[in-house]
Design a protein around this ligand. Sequence first.
Ligand code: ATP
Ligand code: MG
Length: 201
Amino acid sequence: MRKIGILGGSFDPVHNGHIGLARDAKEQLGLDEVLMIPAKFQPFKLDRKMVSGQQRLEMIELAVADMPGITACDYELRQEEISYTYKTLKAITEMEGPETEVYFLTGTDSILQIHRWKNADELLHNYNFVVGSRPGYKDDELSECIERLKRDYNTNITKVDNHQLNISSTEIRERLESGQGLSGLVPEVVERYIIKHGLYK
Ligand code: ATP
Ligand code: MG
């Protein structure tokens, strides 16, 4: 069986926390590939202006260029409408065929909120989940949430022991808005891209 991981997000911009989660999950679960899929619009962030999908995708491409088995995927950007995660997972599962097992990767904050996602029932019943912890969230809350999802939805959900990187895109945007540097929060190629294109000013 081929195994692939899907990491969805706004990636506005991509940072080392995203990359760490993708790499650690890939290594620990023996995934053949991880697809990082930027959302066209984020249903919970419609009130906020995002950098264009194309630029968010390009930053991911630059970030993972030298990482075998981790790729940027423009599936959601190519859709007319918001592609909710359940739709994306369904489409990719179909495209990949029965010889591929699909794992959806998330950080703690996402899994704690997942009951609010479109068609959460279908998502949690039908797909494998891999959760990495994220500084600032309590680990016992995460464990409790995992037990609840297993019990209520019979979800196949595993925890990955990921490097703890206290980084968020929000913090990066705030630093750039106030003229601060990024000191290792994003890969250097991404920082150069942000500066070159004058993003997040
Ligand atoms: P924002 O601050 O704009 O919400 P973010 O840093 O949370 O951005 P997202 O694009 O919202 O990044 O996150 C995409 C996915 O990556 C989510 O599942 C999130 O939980 C996970 N993630 C983001 N940052 C980290 C991190 N530092 N460690 C582990 N997982 C992370
Ligand atoms: Mg977020």
